[in-house]
Design a protein around this ligand. Structure first.
Ligand SMILES: *[C@@H]1O[C@H](CO)[C@@H](O)[C@H](O)[C@H]1NC(C)=O
Ligand SMILES: *[C@@H]1O[C@H](CO)[C@@H](O)[C@H](O)[C@H]1NC(C)=O
Ligand SMILES: *[C@@H]1O[C@H](CO)[C@@H](O)[C@H](O)[C@H]1NC(C)=O
Ligand SMILES: *[C@@H]1O[C@H](CO)[C@@H](O)[C@H](O)[C@H]1NC(C)=O
Ligand SMILES: *[C@@H]1O[C@H](CO)[C@@H](O)[C@H](O)[C@H]1NC(C)=O
Ligand SMILES: *[C@@H]1O[C@H](CO)[C@@H](O)[C@H](O)[C@H]1NC(C)=O
Length: 414
């Protein structure tokens, strides 16, 4: 059994730091360069068409092509939210929008409806049984951490006994939720660029310059290579025109630094990542997933609102089918796709959970001003709320719960 004498801490991300994660991203966004909307041909995934009410889906005989990522949002306040913000004791203050004053709660009530089939219903007990004696690890940045918090809340609500669940955080990059009754571990590992970088500190990572050791991943990977389910992401931290790449170590005075065009450095990092997976991962045991780009909503003029605004005060969805804003970069998606295709040709399967399009519609799903502010806001900021709005992360319960429903569907896919 799992030892019970470990450190129990509430999740208050970065409360001890002088830097706000939002600030990092705001700084980052100034570096973002605009890329026009480009469509790439999506690969269709085969799913059985079975109604959501049938728990044991994907084992029936009515096979059909169904792309779970293509669909629409349907208002559904009977089934959603899947859990209550207040009742999840592992909720993050970065994402608890109601707690921080958001009154319009409709962002909690949307169901994702794929065009040609239904999403299977999320059954926490079933997933915990699947995870018995296993480790599921989310590896990536704060968006992936948000998805992990969502997953923890989804599972938490099915474990009534408070003694049968706890959070283990020992000050490293790894934080683990333990479902004691199942000996299941649902973890998050902070590695925003996947490879080694100068932003690897889980708390103090706000640095003016981004430096990656694009050839080096083992410092991180040794903590999760043996996991049973791995869920990666890496996107926003790359969004600047150039990244400084280091050959040599951070300690080494003779290391060689070179400014590399971002797309090229992203490609290099993903190469290191995929080479590592190919050699180190037990393909008979481990299921691998990559969560695609999470869109930001920083420019209201893109959806027809005034041009000095962002997601602040938004309460409605974007309804234009196929809407794509400048908060995503199709070229980066293509690089991920290529790396994963390449791995597939070498016999290792990584499933892309394509959350990009469905999240594009959700301009109202971000915390905006309704989250914990780590720093005192100035008069000037307070008089202009959109200036400190978080249009990057997502309120919970909300959009990331649906990402987890998609992940769930793939975990149980035959
Ligand atoms: C994800 O979906 C979008 C929109 O449907 C599509 O353009 C893109 O190619 C897809 N990406 C992958 C990797 O499947
Ligand atoms: C659900 O939404 C409808 C329409 O807005 C409203 O009339 C109803 O009271 C809501 N039900 C719940 C349980 O919130
Ligand atoms: C959820 O899964 C468990 C275990 O597989 C099963 O016993 C239960 O009936 C399922 N619940 C629903 C509502 O389908
Ligand atoms: C408990 O789970 C861990 C993985 O997190 C596994 O290594 C270990 O063998 C499990 N313990 C038992 C008794 O099965
Ligand atoms: C935290 O846990 C990891 C993995 O179990 C371990 O390698 C590391 O040394 C621990 N760190 C601290 C500060 O205890
Ligand atoms: C927020 O939206 C409401 C309704 O759309 C509008 O009446 C109000 O003026 C907006 N507030 C700000 C500060 O933009």
């Amino acid at each position: 059994m799992v030892a019970r004498n470990q450190h129990l801490v509430p999740i208050t991300w970065g409360s001890s730091t002088k830097f706000s994660i939002l600030q990092v991203f705001v700084a980052l966004l100034f570096a973002v360069f605009f890329i026009g909307a480009v469509y790439m041909a999506g690969e269709y995934v085969t799913f059985n068409m079975i109604p959501a009410s049938v728990d044991d889906m994907f084992s029936g005989d009515s096979l059909s092509e169904c792309n779970l990522f293509s669909g629409k949002w349907v208002f559904d306040n009977t089934s959603y939210p899947l859990y209550k913000e207040k009742e999840c004791k592992f909720m993050s203050d970065q994402l608890a929008c109601n707690k921080f004053g958001r009154e319009d709660l409709s962002y909690q009530n949307w169901r994702w409806q794929p065009h040609h089939c239904d999403l299977p219903r999320f059954n926490a007990t079933r997933l915990l049984e699947r995870l018995r004696n296993k480790r599921m690890v989310f590896v990536g940045d704060s968006l992936n951490r948000g998805q992990w918090v969502s997953m923890v809340c989804l599972l938490d609500s099915s474990i009534q006994d408070p003694n049968l669940k706890f959070m283990n955080y020992n000050g490293s990059n790894l934080i683990s939720f333990k479902a004691v009754g199942y000996n299941a571990s649902i973890e998050f590992y902070w590695a925003p660029l996947l490879v080694e970088s100068n932003s690897d500190d889980p708390v103090n990572h706000k640095l003016p310059e981004r430096i990656v050791r694009s050839q080096s991943i083992e410092k991180h990977a040794r903590f999760w290579t043996d996991a049973d389910i791995l869920v990666f992401n890496s996107y926003l931290w790359w969004r600047r025109p150039h990244i400084k790449v280091l050959w040599g170590s951070f300690e080494d005075k003779n290391g060689i630094y070179k400014e590399v065009e971002m797309l090229r450095s992203y490609e290099m990092a993903l190469k290191t990542w995929s080479d590592w997976l190919e050699i180190q991962v037990d393909r008979a045991k481990t299921q691998l997933f990559f969560i695609s780009m999470s869109p930001t909503h920083e420019r209201a003029e893109e959806w027809g609102a005034s041009n000095d605004q962002n997601c602040y005060n938004e309460t409605n969805l974007i309804t234009k089918e196929g809407y794509v804003g400048s908060g995503t970069d199709p070229k980066m998606m293509k690089i991920v796709e290529n790396s994963i295709d390449e791995l597939k040709s070498r016999g290792l399967k990584v499933e892309i959970i394509n959350i990009t399009q469905l999240s594009e519609y959700r301009k109202e799903g971000h915390p905006s001003t309704y989250r914990k502010q780590w720093e005192t806001l100035s008069e000037e900021q307070l008089s202009n709320p959109s200036s400190y709005s978080d249009c990057i992360h997502w309120c919970l319960p909300g959009v990331p719960d649906v990402w987890n429903e998609l992940l769930y569907a793939y975990i149980f896919r035959q």
